[in-house]
Write a protein that binds this ligand. Sequence first.
Ligand code: C2O
Ligand code: CU
Length: 464
Amino acid sequence: MCDPTRRAVLAGGGAAFVSGLSGCIYSGGDPEEVEGLQLEFATKNVISRRSRHRFKPDQSVPTEIWGYDGDVPGDGVQVTQGARIRYKLINKLDQPTTVHWHGIHNRNSMDGVAGLTQDPIPPGGFFRYDFLVRQAGTYWYHPHAKNTLGQLTRGMTAPLIIYENEQPDTDDDLTLTINDWALDADYQIAGLPGANPTAHLFHTVNGRRGYARASRHNERLRLRLINSCPAKILTIRSRGLDGYVVALDGMPLLRPRKFAGLRLTPAQRADVIVDVTAPDGGEAQLTGAGEVLASFPVTGSASASRRPAPGPLPPNEVPDLDLAGARRVTLRMLGGRPGQLAGARVRGQGQLDRDALRERGLSWSINGWAGMPEEPEVVAAKGETVRMTIVNANGAPHAMHLHGHHFREVRGGSLGPWRDTIYTAPNSRVEIAFNANNTGEWMFHCHMLPHLAQGMMSWVRVVG
Ligand code: C2O
Ligand code: CU
């Protein structure tokens, strides 16, 4: 599964041999334990702060946003697999924050969850993140502290792109971070999109309304789609682009599948390799939520004919699942509008009734807990397979995310693709399985952030 002597090719062109590892670190290992290891380093000092942003060049008044180095989205981190990421976050917001590296099989102390894996970074404080990334793919990062919802709604998101040692043959590799916004008449953020009926709603790609990139007929593009909207489930469609989904949530698909009508919940990612089939003089488009999200005006031709279909990406190392010997657990999710939840337990406060929950802004529960349960909902031994049945016993869709691991959906006898975030339809149940091979305390929660803020969270402990 994990070959510690595996050869890693660095972005700078050199080669390194990964050796001397004590045990198998599948990603996110402690860099101090891999002495003598030559790695590509990404070292960044980043300030989370307020700044001003124009979603279109002609926007008359800029919008106050919060962002990594004041950008929406932040520049992010781009490395080749095997790299060591050192990222010092300096908090210049007036409230605590952290950085969570979404989808990374990180060591637990670097997972960035305030109150579970680290202390919140106070205003004026900083935190040094330092970890290795073995897995390749499209990831992202965002705050994970008390006001995750507010910070993401104001723009705190950035891509984390980990290139394969051997990259597929494409003409370009574009990261498209998709967000939605609600602005008031003064161009200022009016809270969560959809929450304020008078606000002006729109979507952006890489912080821009009307993202456009010049293209050529038959050009082959790798598009890394990241839904970093706080709560919007998107259905992405294309015109004049034809190709394959090659990875979901960072994990390569064994068999690429035709790209057509792709659902992306908040936090989900998809890598697609597409050819521009729109003619010279035409325009290819990506659409979602009734808007053109990105356009690709076509001038000239990249080649006379289309290339053969792309093959699968090199697989990431993922631990096998032992479905028969698995530990089983059921998580039952209840709730809805404020006041709909009849009762739930709250950490340190015992069982609360409807009114007490409503006063605290809690309207969702998992296995009877609103907010973080005092004890983990699952305790697994390292390497044990966990089969988790998620019962969505309410009328809303959810986007359930597990930290530190990828899982597969168990559908009857077959297994879905590896994912870190899964759509659960209203009043349905979904079963997932993962190998609990990463020691520590890992959150499991809804990534539709109002639901998270209103209590829809739980956690898993992996011991050993
Ligand atoms: Cu993308 Cu718990 O997070
Ligand atoms: Cu939810």
